[in-house]
Structures are given as structure tokens and as C-alpha cells.
Design a protein around this ligand. Sequence first.
Ligand code: PLP
Length: 391
Amino acid sequence: MNSNLLNSYNKYVIANYKKFPVCLVRGEGSRVWDDEGNAYLDLFPGWGCGLLGHCPPLVVEAVKNQVSKLIHVPNSWYTEPQGMLAEALATRTGWGGQCFFCNSGTEANEAAIKIARLNGGPGKYKIITMLNSFHGRTFAALSATGQPKYHQGLEPMLPGFSYVPFGDLEATRQAIDSETCAIMVEPIQGEGGINLPPVGYLEGLRKICDENKLMLIFDEVQTGTGRTGKWFAHQNWNVIPDCVSLAKALAGGVACGGLIAREEFAAKLKPGTHAATFGGNPIACVAAIATIETIEKENLLERAVVIGNRFKSKFESWKEKCSLIADIRISGAMIGLELSEDATHIVQKCLEQKLLINCTHNTVIRLLPALNITDAEIDEGCDILEKIILG
Ligand SMILES: *Cc1c(COP(=O)(O)O)cnc(C)c1O
């Protein structure tokens, strides 16, 4: 890549991200191009935000139209896009709900944590979350994140969080005390390695919450808005949460976070309790509405399941001939392939073959492909991956 740009970064941009020495300039669907004209096949567009791939046409058009009409006004005024997006989301949950909008996943979780404390009332502030979870980088969401490596050097964390193993209902029950107000969980752990909930787990958490008057928060920042073949992952299990946080794919790649809460919980956020200056801005909201429209027009919820099955059958055939494949964990277009050894070097090898993937927790190859990826593109990506993994 351009050495002047690299020098600018080195001098002027804080080095808090591990980066590949590639400068991306343009994208379309599951392809993205660098400044030297190289094309890459992207099986991890936008770190899960590119649910419709790069530059989805309806989103581009909606943003272009909106940006020349009204860019931003504060939340002290009504705007059409925010109201329309709230209705579009709440009418797709199956259980209604009311929305709050922000700009990222961590902020959505901050809002959920505030609702949980406000709802718990005086002295009830503790929240149970899961080991290996990921909820974001601001302090409450970071405290909720059950991974010590992300807390290191930043302690003390916000008090009140306790962590239990994902999938363990008994440990969850044990962790409840008279000060507990909520349980917070990703229906499928994303960053933690695409960990699917055991049979009966989410239903069990709902029951525990009902029995103990706790609020059930689903962090669907990664699983939400169509990724798993349902609008919301919890619809795969028919478990109704009290509050769902969203971000990543919500607005087709435009920054947008949000929260949907059942009305009695939503009512806890009164004027003065919470806000986000840019939250629910017209550009983000029209992008999100265009994302929902695209998913419906192109039947992409159904397509998500087909995509998952295509990857699954390929991975299963690899597993038969290769002992390196330890586990296959797939829900729609949320795809995890666990190896029995370190898989981090595979990301670099794929990059050399112009294939973009992700590896999480050292051993899990994570793919979050666009829902409009073609079968030919899936096959192309899998061929490269197969040659690299199976040798
Ligand atoms: C990415 C992620 C977050 C954090 O979202 P940001 O937009 O980076 O703040 C929170 N929860 C889950 C499950 C995520 O995958």
C-alpha cells in the first residue's frame, strides 16, 4: 500500500487496532478493492456490519436522498425516519416493544444496563452475564463482558457483574442473590467463538428470570436483524426477552445502534435518564429501513439459512477427511469452524489469496458473509479455505 498513507497512520493514528497493510477503497456486494486495484472476496464484510455486503443499492440511494434533505437534528424534535424505523423493528419482534436509538452496540448495551438498574430499584443492581461473552468497550458493557483479558489494566470494573458459564442454568441460578436485577446474554456468542445455546438454555433463562423477577436482556448486536435467518435470533427459540440490543448489521453498514424493550421496561427510560446526541439520526434510520426493505424484497432471511447449509455441507465433507476440523457451529449466515489447533495464521494465508475472513479465540474461523452472497462466491471462498486448511 501507499507508504505516505502508512506513514500518516503511524504518526497520527493511535495504534489500538491490529491492521493488515491493505488500504480498501471501494466495495460492491461481497467484493472489495484495495488502492492497487486488487479485488478481494469478503466473507466477513464490515466485521458483521455488512449484512448486505458492500454498498447495498437501496441503502446507498436512501442515504444519498436523505443527506441532501436533512442530516441531523437533535432528539428534541420528531423526524419521520426514526418513527418509521422504530415501527419497522417493533412490528418484527412478534412481541412489540419500543425503541431507543444510539450509534453502536456498546451504547445499546449501556442503555439496557441502565434500564435493568432503573427497573430493579434501590439496591438491586447486579447483573449476571456469561463467560466468553462480548458486550462492548464502554465501561458498563465492558464490565458485563465475561473475558478477563479485556479488563486487564482497566480495573476496577463497574461493580455488580458476575459471570457464569454460557449454557449452564444451574450456575446461573446459584449466582442470583437478593441484589440481582437482570441476566444478560448473547443468544449465540459471537466473538466468543460462535457458541450455540444448548437445547433448552434460553427457555431456561426465561424461566429463571420469571421466577426471580429478573429482566432478561438479549445482546443481539451480532445475531440480530436477519443474520441467523430470523429478524432476531431469539425467534429461533421462541423465547421472548425483556430487552434486545442491536447494532452492527442494523443499518446496512451505516453506524446505528438500538434497543427494543417491552413497554413496562421501556417506560423506565424517562427524559434525563439516557440520551445519545446522534442516536436515531435520519441518515442512520433511512439506511436501516432500506436494509429491512432489501432483506424482504430479496427474501434474504430464507437465503441466510441456505447460505448456512451450503457452508455446513462443505465443512462436513472436510471433517470426514481432516482431523483438524474440531467443530462446526452454524446458524444462518453466522458461521464458525473450530480447528483443533491455532487458526490465526489462516487469516494471513487467506489474505494472500485475496480472501477476507476472521479468526476468533485463536481456534475458530468466523465467517459473517453477506446475505446476498452468491453460491459461486461461497464455493470460491470455500475452495481457497479448503486448500489452506486441508493442505
Ligand atoms: C460487536 C459487539 C458489541 C459491540 O458493538 P460496538 O458497535 O463495537 O460497540 C456488543 N455485543 C456484541 C454481541 C457484539 O458482537
